[in-house]
Design a protein around this ligand. Structure first.
Ligand SMILES: Cc1cc2nc3c(=O)[nH]c(=O)nc-3n(C[C@H](O)[C@H](O)[C@H](O)COP(=O)(O)O)c2cc1C
Ligand code: SF4
Length: 440
């Protein structure tokens, strides 16, 4: 099998693990801040155009065009802010974590370039609170950048000023939502806000704000280094460039793999990640983090393409691919994911606050032989209030995407194993009646 691994963002850190986060190594071996020197000689508008040319789409989950997002800033409204999303809370996603710990200068550089492109003089990297080593290395990288004239006043004599602050979050998933993140940065609870207005129009301190993911920032550095055209020369359709996928679960070689978009799930899972562990059969896989609807072995030859994923009723989301073998009970996995969402719901919207808890309770009894015959249909019934249409992308009755995402596992259970699960629940109920066990 041809295995495509295209190292662009991760090339340097794959080559050097022992000192890749250090300023001297990054300068000597990875041309760190070379892209910034180039960028500062360009007009900000030309940089926005270059990133638009690259076709880069955000790597945080939604896949929105990066240059396009930057172009939405209302002209002539200042100050503007940049907030780099380093919260990485989506279960099984661990790519940003690796970039932060091993190549923080690439992120800092991409953040400075982005701030210059959007003419922001204050930028924040909102870092997941639990990332202790990441915080240490990122902070050291920022200090090195200040010490060497890449941050602060009159950067490299360009006249451009930028203050960059690393802000450690308090450890909740919902702070990863861009508006939850902005609330948290302002010192409030990380409660998402209704959109519109979108952050590009009214974000931090009610000023225009660009929120971009860590991997997106790293890609910006590479695009400026090599050109938008170079980046757009990789990929497929409107999914251009490379992406880092975190592969976990029942595979021989779990880990982060950077591949050109358009590579197939099979090349990634069976090739780079070594296939299902112990020679077992693949039962299903989750293609884009816990929020995404699931796929089956028959989808292995599909390309890693954001638009094709939408056609398949799912998404590439945060780039976390979870692999499950034939011994795994999908109902148990659905319950575990539901438990996470119920715990992380911020409680602002009724369907999510109430629905996520009910989902967790009913899936718990379904997974533990205590289900009722009607349980799957009960979930699909009230789940329609959480994810209207019960398809992907779902309709929305809630402020943020966490609400509809809670239904992805249940919708997948019904789609692939609905009859089997209903028969199992009927049998469980009959057995319980014989045993006179009271359901939870
Ligand atoms: C519940 C929830 C959690 C999210 N968590 C993250 C996260 O941890 N990191 C991230 O970059 N984006 C996360 N996002 C997506 C952000 O809202 C936003 O789309 C992203 O940071 C924009 O950056 P990008 O355009 O570079 O992808 C989350 C979204 C939701 C709804
Ligand atoms: S959908 Fe859930 S997590 Fe998102 S704002 Fe509403 S209650 Fe909070």
């Amino acid at each position: 099998m041809a295995v495509k691994e295209t190292l662009v963002i991760t090339k340097f850190l794959r080559e050097r693990t022992e000192d890749s986060w250090e300023y001297a190594a990054a300068r000597e071996h990875n041309n760190a801040y070379g892209a910034l020197e180039k960028a500062l000689k360009m007009e900000p508008a030309a940089l926005v155009e270059e990133v638009q040319k690259s076709g880069l789409r955000g790597r945080g989950g939604a896949g929105f065009g990066t240059g396009q997002k930057w172009s939405f800033l209302p002209p002539d409204i200042f100050p503007r802010y940049l907030a780099v999303n380093a919260d990485e809370g989506e279960p099984a996603t661990f790519k940003d974590h690796m970039l932060i710990e091993r190549d923080p200068h690439q992120i800092v550089e991409g953040s400075i370039i982005t701030a210059y492109a959007i003419q922001a003089h204050h930028a924040f990297i909102y870092l997941r609170g639990e990332f202790a080593l990441g915080a240490e290395r990122l902070q050291a990288a920022v200090e090195d950048a200040y010490a060497n004239g890449f941050l602060g006043k009159n950067i490299l004599g360009s006249g451009f000023d930028l203050e960059l602050i690393v802000h450690r979050g308090a450890g909740c998933y919902i702070a990863g939502d861009e508006t939850g993140l902005l609330s948290s940065l302002e010192g409030e609870r990380a409660m998402p806000r209704i959109k519109p207005p979108f952050p590009a129009v009214q974000g931090l301190y009610a000023a225009p704000t660009i929120v971009n993911n860590v991997e997106t920032m790293s890609a910006v550095t590479q695009i400026v280094n090599n050109s938008g055209e170079w980046y757009a020369g990789m990929g497929v359709g409107k999914s251009l460039g490379t992406r880092i996928f975190s592969v976990s679960g029942n595979v021989e070689r779990p880990g982060n793999y950077e591949v050109e978009l358009g590579t197939t799930f099979r090349e990634l899972i069976e090739g780079l990640a070594g296939g299902v562990k112990g020679g077992k059969q693949l039962k299903f896989f989750i293609p884009g983090g816990a929020s995404s609807p699931w796929l089956l072995p028959e989808h292995l030859d599909e390309p890693l393409d954001m638009d094709r994923a939408t056609e398949l009723g799912t998404m590439l989301g945060s780039g976390a691919i979870m692999v499950f073998d034939e011994t795994v009970d999908p109902v148990l996995i659905a319950w575990r994911i539901a438990k996470f969402f119920a715990h992380e719901s911020c409680g602002k919207c009724t369907p999510c606050r109430e629905g996520s808890g009910w989902l967790e309770k009913v899936l718990y009894r379904m997974a533990n032989g205590l289900g009722r015959a009607e349980d799957l249909d009960l979930l699909l019934g009230f789940g329609n209030n959480l994810a209207p249409g019960l398809s992907w992308p779902p309709g929305q009755t809630t402020i943020c995407q966490l609400g509809p995402s809670t239904m992805s596992p249940t919708v997948s259970l019904n789609k692939y194993w609905g009859d089997e699960i209903r028969a199992r629940l009927t049998a469980d109920e009959a057995r319980r009646k014989t045993l006179q066990v009271t359901p939870a």
